[in-house]
Design a protein around this ligand. Structure first.
Ligand code: ATP
Ligand code: MG
Length: 585
């Protein structure tokens, strides 16, 4: 099926920050983006100053910065002034206790207000913030805090007792543990955060960090293997800010909801920093995904810009557009998605259910911010990730026989997606893994490890991760294309596609399919899906085999772990599963 281009009408783009992609990208320089921020005296630059304090200094302190919705539905509001005071208290506390510039402060928290105070306070103190998923078990926590040489940790008493205390003595660097919900008898060696913050001054002189000073340590999702600790610097805020402006179209009046957890880079770059630097109101929901709850939040909070992920969109699709239409979502004006390929089916479903498309965008932990995107004032081609951000040079590369690398100019030729280094939020290291970092660069390019194609209008199309691509009878097959074709069938909720070794073809395509609610996994349906795929993709690309699964294995950030499907299929070791979400759902 050829997907119809979604044309933007003039009324779709009224007031959009980016009106003329070509014109703006043609003359853009990063210095322009830097000039939208304040900086600190002497050339210093601090993410938290740009996110919070500069708004207060400019008289916008009483604007709502953060609306936190507790699991029970109760909301707590924090203005920019309140956020300044709370982050100052946390920064003061760190400074008093000897946690200094460059020291790593980890968080192991659900989405609670203290997480936001700690993130911003850590940055103000010149320390490095490293958020962990609260659902991690003791081992992944220990591994990451050891790599990061954690000096401080903010967590809950229950998490501490269960996940940290058993091994704490093995991590000599860890000096301070703050508990957000201390009981009367807190464990030895911990500090009651609420009491300590209450006793700390709410004024703090932000440490004048240099643009190149380390600010954030983010671990990758571990989709393809052992997670890497990507190092980001304060200068990254220049990219956080402008990408929020251009790719998410953030304005100060916006109510913005990023559904990602800050344990993943999206939840920090766009769940904390970017909306705040843009002066918007941030919605944070403590609870996990629940379709009704999410629609209610969109409606009741009058969310205007929503940034979510394909997995969530597919779950909403599973329930159906009738549910969407029960809610008044008239304030919602822009919807974006990241983290995984967004099936064209999902983009088109957005039109049906919300009356507007989802705008896919692409980036990685390593890039620190959005690199390729669909913009409000640019037509959407369902299935395409869009075009590079102004200031970002992307290319599709092929590896030559002599070990070199060369740009492919031909439209729709498949190759490795690469970016020209130099954007402000580019990672500066994989912590303590110099060799792994060095391997990401060749011929003046940063190699993303993803395969993509570029069409004759400069739109990029995701093919798959280099590791996931299937080589079958001389064809290179991207799992995304096969998964998207399966998704078009009304019975299919989700699909994961892998290559299985085959003596004649090299590999054959096998699909794992989760069905929509109420659909029975029968042999007849299996045959029907095989036929549907063959008709859509042709026999060379269509799966030879389909297996039904109640759920597909995913990372905690919602990415299908194809390597795990493969390992299980072949009876191979599962490898690093520290980021695997429980599969019971
Ligand atoms: P690891 O590197 O540890 O295997 P990961 O690559 O999943 O994990 P992240 O940095 O969180 O960790 O994810 C970035 C990757 O997610 C991208 O390289 C790409 O493969 C995928 N991705 C992100 N956005 C999109 C998108 N819009 N379309 C397709 N793929 C995407
Ligand atoms: Mg990766």
């Amino acid at each position: 099926m050829a997907w119809q281009r979604i044309r933007k009408r003039p009324e779709d783009c009224i007031g959009a920050n980016l009106q003329d992609y070509e014109g703006y990208a043609g003359t853009f320089a990063w210095s322009q983006a830097r000039a939208m921020l304040d900086g600190l005296p002497g050339g210093a630059l601090n993410i938290a100053h740009e996110a919070v304090d500069r708004h207060v200094d400019a008289g916008r302190g009483d604007r709502l910065a953060l609306r936190w919705i507790g699991r029970d539905g109760q909301a707590s509001d924090f203005t920019y002034a309140a956020l300044r005071a709370q982050s100052n208290r946390f920064a003061s506390l760190l400074a008093q206790l000897g946690v200094g510039k460059g020291d790593r402060v980890f968080s192991l928290l659900g989405r609670v207000p203290e997480l936001y105070f700690a993130a911003l306070g850590t940055l103000k103190n010149g320390s490095v913030f490293s958020p962990l998923f609260s659902a991690f078990g003791p081992e992944p926590i220990k591994a990451r805090m050891t790599i990061g040489e954690a000096k401080a940790l903010v967590t809950t008493e229950a998490f501490y007792r269960r996940k940290v205390e058993p091994w704490r003595k093995e991590l000599a660097s860890l000096q301070q543990v703050f508990l957000t919900d201390c009981s009367k008898t807190p464990p030895a060696g911990t500090t009651d955060l609420a009491a300590a913050m209450a006793a700390s001054p709410d004024a703090f002189a932000i440490v004048p960090t240099a643009p190149g000073d380390m600010a954030l340590l983010h671990f990758t999702s571990g989709t393809t293997g052992r997670p890497k600790g990507a190092v980001h610097v304060h200068e990254a805020v220049v990219a956080h800010h402008i990408t929020g402006r251009l790719a998410l179209d953030l304005h100060p009046e916006d109510v913005f909801w990023c559904t990602a957890d800050p344990g993943w880079v999206t939840g920090t770059s766009y769940g904390i920093i970017s909306p705040l630097t843009n002066g918007a109101t941030l919605i944070v929901d403590q609870a996990e995904f629940d379709a009704e709850r999410w629609y209610r939040i969109l409606q009741d909070q009058k969310v205007t810009v929503w940034y979510t992920a394909p997995t969530a969109i597919r779950m909403l699709m599973k329930i159906g557009a009738d549910t969407t239409r029960r809610f008044d979502l008239s304030k919602l004006r822009f919807m974006a998605s990241v983290g995984e390929p967004l099936n064209p089916e999902a983009v088109v479903w957005g039109m049906e259910a919300f009356g507007k498309p989802f705008h896919d965008n692409w980036w990685q932990t390593e890039t620190g911010g959005i690199m390729i995107a669909n913009y409000p004032a640019m037509d959407v081609k369902p299935g395409s990730m869009g075009r590079p951000l102004p200031g970002v040079t992307a290319a599709v590369l092929e590896h030559t026989a002599d070990g070199g690398i060369r740009e492919i100019e031909r439209p729709m030729a498949m190759g490795e997606l690469a970016l020209r280094p130099g954007w402000p939020s580019m990672m500066r290291a994989y912590l303590n893994e110099e060799e792994r970092y060095r391997k990401c660069f060749a011929g003046g390019w940063y190699l993303t490890g993803d395969l993509a194609m570029r069409d004759d209008e400069g739109y990029y199309w995701f093919v798959g991760r280099a590791d996931d691509v299937i080589k079958s009878a001389g064809h290179l097959i991207g799992p995304f294309e096969v998964e998207s074709a399966l998704m078009e069938h009304p019975a299919v909720a989700e699909a994961g596609v892998i290559g299985v070794p085959d003596p004649t073809a090299g590999e054959i395509v096998k699909a794992f399919v989760a069905l929509k609610n109420g659909v029975e996994p029968t042999e007849a349906l299996r045959k029907e899906l095989l036929g549907h795929a063959r008709k859509r993709l042709g026999p060379a690309v269509a799966p030879k085999d389909i297996a039904f699964r109640a759920n597909l294995p995913k990372t905690r950030s919602g990415k299908i772990m194809r390597r795990l499907l493969k390992a299980r299929e072949l009876g191979l070791p599962e490898g690093d599963v520290s980021t695997l979400e429980s599969e019971e759902r």
